[in-house]
Structures are given as structure tokens and as C-alpha cells.
Design a protein around this ligand. Structure first.
Ligand SMILES: *Cc1c(COP(=O)(O)O)cnc(C)c1O
Length: 427
């Protein structure tokens, strides 16, 4: 009853926010000059090279270019994920589809998985597992903090019957902007002596924060196209090591479209259980090429720099104001997205609507338990310093316009941080 009332309340708030956005928005005939800055943590800004690569006719399925494009995507994703041996399966699906891929291949109804608590995204994954009839062991979520590896070790030790098939971990929870320590979690699983597979959701962290599947000892990595990979939504993928494939081939769960056994094939039509999403694959090949050309270490360094720039602004806004970080530990703040707490009583939907419609800066709001409490600035994918400064200036102007109690001067702090960091590098 409480939950239902809560859901209805949220839906009403959502509809109100929509109406306000429409009231503020330019009429459909009015052209918006310049570019709108897209700073949601997915979908993210798409590079022109990727848009151009997608703006082509699809091929007939016997055209050798189809297999070449698929092979380039598979090997590029393997390189990006830091794996030599794992097999890549791609799907015409979003991140939720890729979640389901991992679940239905690894666990049958009645079997168990452990989902480590990180907030909204871990809980959504857990709810999905339960809807599939899979039992879920949850470790607790502490607001603003990363996963406590000890809680995973304890939960695995407590599973003396060895019923847990997989430990499912969200690397960066996009709702809270908190990144957890994957290596520490690997050590906790090892210390427990439990044979569960290690399944990592890198949807929000891949191509932003370092991740190396083989070195880490992850058995499955789960990703999607519209975040660090700079593509439109609609392509999900998993990388699966031999052990996970082995578990899946003995798993009795009924499945068809997602099944790794039938997708392990040389034939493109079987690899995709039907027609491959060709234009998304053309875009993915182009995006992987851009990342390889920049160099993955440089990509990670750029994300670190731009995240630190956003963090400098938040520190400026928080001084003497009522703005702050949701992520409590500086070292676990994500390089992809920053969740910013706003003063009680202020309306994140009004902030978003004003920033989008009057400043041309699109940011995100709070999800799940953070609804109404935070705004989120995405800083991943195809972005540079000027885009981040523009976004921060648009947000700051919105704070002023709406009378949000923000102190200091976030934009000045961000510019000063960037100036120091860039001149310190000598380039
Ligand atoms: C966005 C996201 C998802 C879900 O992806 P969709 O494409 O929206 O279904 C899953 N996990 C994480 C960490 C995400 O950021």
C-alpha cells in the first residue's frame, strides 16, 4: 500500500515535471541555435565520426562486410575489456537486456545469485533476477559508500550449501555516482573459498575508468552502448570466460534469444539470433577505433581530469551553500557521473527543466531512493574541457535563477583547477 502510494506520488511528480518542461521549452517550430550540451550519464554525446559511420545503408547478410564489421567489434570490445580469451556476445538490447543475458545463462529458477548492494542499479538487477524466479542474496547498501567487500565474503561463507551461482557487482552505480573496488571484491570472493562466478556490470564505467577483465579475474563483464562507448542506446554485450560458459552450458534455465550456446556460431544470423543491428555495429566499430586512436590510458586520464573538474565546481558550490556530494569518500567518486545533493525543499525537476530549456544543458535527476534529493552531471564519453565548463556554467546560472542556495563560485574553481592541471602537464 505504502509502496503503491509512493509509486503513484512519483508518477504524478513526473507528470508535473514534464508539464513544466513543456511550458519552458521553445516551440517546436523554433530552432535552437548551436548545440545542446548533453550531460546525462547515458545516453551521452555521440561523436560526429560515429554518427557518420551509422549514416549508411545496411548490407545484405551475405555481404562479407557484415562478418568483417562483427569481427572488428568483437576484437575491439575484447581489447577494451582487457581480455584475450573471453567470448563476446552482442545483443540488440539495452543494459537491462544485457543484465538478463547474464542472469538467464548463469542461473535457473530456484537457484541463487548474490547481488552486492550499490543502490538503485543493484536493486533493479536484483528485482529482475527475482522476476525470473532466481533467488537473490543481497548485501546491504550504505548510502554514499562503495561496496563493503567484507559483507560479500561473509555472505559467501554463510552459503555453506554453495547455492550461490554468481556474485553480481555493479562497478559504478550511476544513480549514486559511487565506484566500488573490484579487485578488493575479487579478493573477498577468493578468501571465502566459494566457487561462485564473478559477474561485473561495467555499463557506466567502461571506457571511462580502468577495467581489465582477465587481470581482475572477472568471469563475465556486462556492458551497453550509450555511455562511455559514445553510441546510441540499443546495443548490449557481455564477455564470457570459459568457466562461465561451462556453467551456462549446464544451466537448465529455459531461454532462447539470450542463449550463449546457440549464439556461439560463425554465422552472423545465429550470433544475433536473427538480423544483426548493423548500423549500431558500424557505429561501434567507429567508436572503438576512436578509443584505440586516443589510447585507452589517455581516455581514462581525460575522464579523471574532467571528473576532478566537476568535483572542483561542486566543492565551490558547497562552500557556504547547501550543495554537496552524495558520494562520501573522494576516492570512490565516479569518473563518469557526479551525484550532487541539493538543498531540502528544492526541486530537481525544476532545475533540470530550466537548465535544459533555458541553458541548453541537459543533466539528470535522482533515481529510486535518491529521487528528489540529487541532480546528476554526466561527464563520460565524447567530452572535453570546454563542454564540461559550459555545462557547469549552465548549472550555476540555473542555481542563481532559481534561488538555489549554492555558495562560492563553482565555475571559477573548475576553471582554476583545469588551468593548474593542464599547465602542470606542460601541454
Ligand atoms: C544505464 C545502466 C544500466 C541499464 O542500462 P539501460 O540501457 O538503461 O537498460 C545498467 N547498469 C548501469 C551501471 C547503468 O549505468
Amino acid at each position: 500500500m505504502g509502496l503503491r502510494a509512493d509509486t503513484i506520488g512519483r508518477r504524478r511528480a513526473f507528470v508535473d515535471a514534464r508539464r513544466r518542461s513543456h511550458e519552458l521549452s521553445t516551440p517546436p517550430t523554433g530552432r535552437i541555435p548551436g548545440r545542446r550540451f548533453l550531460h546525462s550519464p547515458g545516453p551521452t554525446h555521440i561523436p560526429d565520426e560515429v554518427l557518420d559511420a551509422m549514416h549508411r545503408q545496411p548490407m545484405d547478410l551475405a555481404d562479407p562486410r557484415v562478418d568483417r564489421t562483427i569481427a572488428a567489434c568483437e576484437s575491439g570490445l575484447r581489447r577494451l575489456l582487457g581480455t584475450k580469451g573471453a567470448e563476446v556476445f552482442m545483443y540488440a538490447a539495452n543494459g537491462h537486456g544485457a543484465w538478463e543475458v547474464a542472469l538467464v545463462n548463469l542461473a535457473a529458477p530456484g537457484q541463487s545469485v548474490l547481488v552486492a548492494g550499490t543502490g538503485h542499479f543493484s536493486e533493479s538487477w536484483a528485482v529482475q533476477a527475482e522476476a525470473l524466479g532466481i533467488r537473490v542474496v543481497r548485501t546491504p547498501w550504505a548510502e554514499g559508500l562503495p561496496i563493503d567487500p567484507v559483507s560479500i565474503e561473509q555472505a559467501l561463507r554463510a552459503d555453506t550449501a554453495r547455492e550461490i551461482r554468481a556474485v553480481c557487482v555493479v562497478h559504478t552505480d550511476t544513480a549514486s555516482g559511487v565506484t566500488s573496488d573490484l579487485a578488493a571484491i575479487r579478493r573477498a570472493i577468493d578468501a571465502s573459498g566459494h566457487p561462485a562466478l564473478y559477474v561485473v556490470d561495467v555499463v557506466a564505467s567502461l571506457a571511462a575508468a580502468p577495467f581489465a577483465m582477465d587481470e581482475l579475474g572477472a568471469n563475465v563483464a556486462v556492458g551497453a552502448s550509450q555511455k562511455g562507448l559514445m553510441l546510441p542506446p540499443g546495443l548490449g554485450f557481455v564477455a564470457v570466460d570459459e568457466r562461465a560458459f561451462e556453467v551456462s552450458s549446464r544451466n537448465p534455465a529455459p531461454r532462447f534469444y539470450w542463449d550463449w550456446r546457440s549464439r556461439r556460431s560463425e554465422l552472423s544470423y545465429r550470433k544475433f539470433c536473427g538480423t544483426p543491428p548493423l548500423n549500431l555495429l558500424m557505429g561501434l566499430e567507429a567508436a572503438l577505433g576512436l578509443l584505440a586512436r586516443e589510447g585507452i590510458d589517455a581516455v581514462h586520464a581525460r575522464h579523471r581530469l574532467l571528473a576532478d573538474t566537476v568535483h572542483a565546481a561542486v566543492r565551490g558550490w558547497s562552500e557556504g551553500g547547501a550543495i554537496g556530494f552524495f558520494a562520501r569518500q573522494p576516492e570512490s567518486r565516479s569518473v563518469s557521473v557526479t551525484a550532487i545533493t541539493i538543498p531540502a525543499g528544492s526541486d530537481p525537476d525544476a532545475i533540470r527543466a530550466f537548465a535544459r530549456e533555458r541553458m541548453q544543458v541537459a543533466i539528470s535527476g535522482g533515481l529510486g531512493p535518491l529521487a528528489g534529493r540529487v541532480i546528476r552531471i554526466g561527464h563520460l564519453g565524447d567530452i572535453n574541457a570546454a563542454m564540461v565548463l559550459g555545462c557547469l556554467a549552465g548549472v550555476q546560472a540555473t542555481f542563481h535563477a532559481l534561488g538555489i542556495a549554492s555558495g562560492g563560485d563553482g565555475v571559477r574553481r573548475a576553471a582554476e583547477f583545469l588551468a593548474a592541471a593542464q599547465s602542470g602537464r606542460g601541454d
